[in-house]
Write a protein that binds this ligand. Structure first.
Ligand code: ZN
Length: 373
């Protein structure tokens, strides 16, 4: 397969190149003889988007098992997401194990849409007063034994784990998970700046939905937000639906961190890609109206965002140029979970490619070289 005449995103800029690929990218060169090719004249040819925090989409939730994850895969690819981490939430040990089993099962299959790279466990070790939509009855104190009980036999499926680092027992768990090559994220936390940085010293390397469900920055108490803004060792995962965050808050983060330390996520729940109405998250009713998903008391319960919509928001509302915005959707999430085969257009990398017109509408999506959209 070849894509010709496109503006290919490479080394953080656009170049008019011919892209040749099978399952992986074979070459990116100025001229190749045309045979089986896709004319991308006037289009942007960019790496597929990678969502490292997504609970549900298309009417289904990760917690519902393998079939739900397959549906997410098929639906997400229509929006340019070519790989994702189905995300569990705070739930019982048995329910979390069942969800991890479903994810592990789909990981082994040939993708019918977006590739499933593993699980992100958002919970159960969070601060009660920063729990957001995480059900309080299933919150637990961190312990390696608890983690092992939940993930026994399924631990290879886990790529990320979110935790409130101020809780008793958190730091030894952070250290052990980092040793096992699980990426640890600080989230749903009441941590002081010092407590957040103590977790970074143990290897935690991101914050979960920056600004949301964490201690804010004030001038004498910089909190988790201050740690995230000031530390070069923290990647800021953020939700650019313009509901979770004011555009100026996103701009502030971007000014402090730059495109290499910000990671766009959706935190989408099952109503993503669905009409407004009544849905569920973690056994709670969620009301979706005007792009916002809320519990009955008004607490935000994830989003209905896609990474594609988020990218459009970043460019058109937040004001980040496309070439600078793209790494936050591609290379940064790939790097965060140590995936060297994705997130960039480079010889040898997976041919996960999205074609956008000049208005950023999706024109084609390839996963592993296969055209999906
Ligand atoms: Zn959350």
């Amino acid at each position: 397969m070849k894509i010709i005449n496109g503006n290919v995103y490479i080394d953080k800029g656009f170049e008019r190149l011919e892209l040749s690929f099978g399952k992986t990218i074979k070459s990116a060169a100025k001229v190749l003889p045309p045979d089986e090719s896709f004319d991308a004249a006037g289009m942007y040819v960019v790496p597929g988007f990678i969502d490292t925090h997504i609970h549900g989409f298309g009417g289904v939730d990760t917690m519902d098992g393998a079939d739900a994850v397959r549906t997410m895969s098929r639906e997400l690819v229509k929006h340019g997401t070519t790989a994702f981490l189905p995300t569990t939430m705070t739930a019982s040990v048995a329910d979390t194990r069942a969800a991890l089993k479903g994810i592990a099962e789909v990981m082994k299959e040939k993708p019918q849409g977006a590739a499933v790279l593993g699980a992100y466990m958002e919970g159960p070790c969070f601060a009660a007063n920063k729990r957001g939509a995480q059900p309080i009855e299933h919150l637990q104190l961190p312990a390696i034994e608890l983690y092992d009980e939940i993930t026994d036999g399924l631990d290879e499926a886990v790529r990320r784990f979110a935790i409130a680092p101020e809780l008793d027992g958190a730091l030894p768990l952070v250290r052990e998970l980092v040793r096992r090559r699980v990426q640890v994220s600080i989230g749903h936390t009441d941590a002081t700046y010092e407590q957040a940085m103590a977790a970074v010293e143990q290897g935690a390397s991101s914050v979960t939905h920056m600004y949301n469900a964490m201690t804010p920055l004030t001038h004498r108490n910089p909190g988790a937000v201050g740690a995230a803004l000031s530390s070069k060792h923290i990647v800021c995962e953020f939700i650019a639906d313009l509901i979770h965050l004011h555009p100026a808050a996103i701009r502030t983060m971007f000014a402090a961190k730059g495109e290499d330390l910000c990671c766009a996520v959706t935190d989408s729940m099952m109503a993503g890609g669905m009409p407004d109405g009544e849905y569920a998250l973690g056994g709670q009713k969620v009301y979706v109206r005007e792009n916002a998903a809320r519990l009955a008391d008004g607490t935000l319960a994830g989003s209905v965002l896609t990474l594609h919509r988020s990218l459009v928001n970043m460019v058109s509302v937040v004001g980040v140029p496309l070439a600078q915005a793209l790494p936050m959707y591609t290379e940064v999430p790939a790097n965060l979970i140590d995936d060297e085969d994705r997130g960039r257009i480079e010889v040898g990398c997976a041919a996960d490619i999205v074609l956008l017109d000049t208005f950023l509408n999706i024109k084609a999506v390839f996963v592993g070289g296969k055209r999906m959209v």
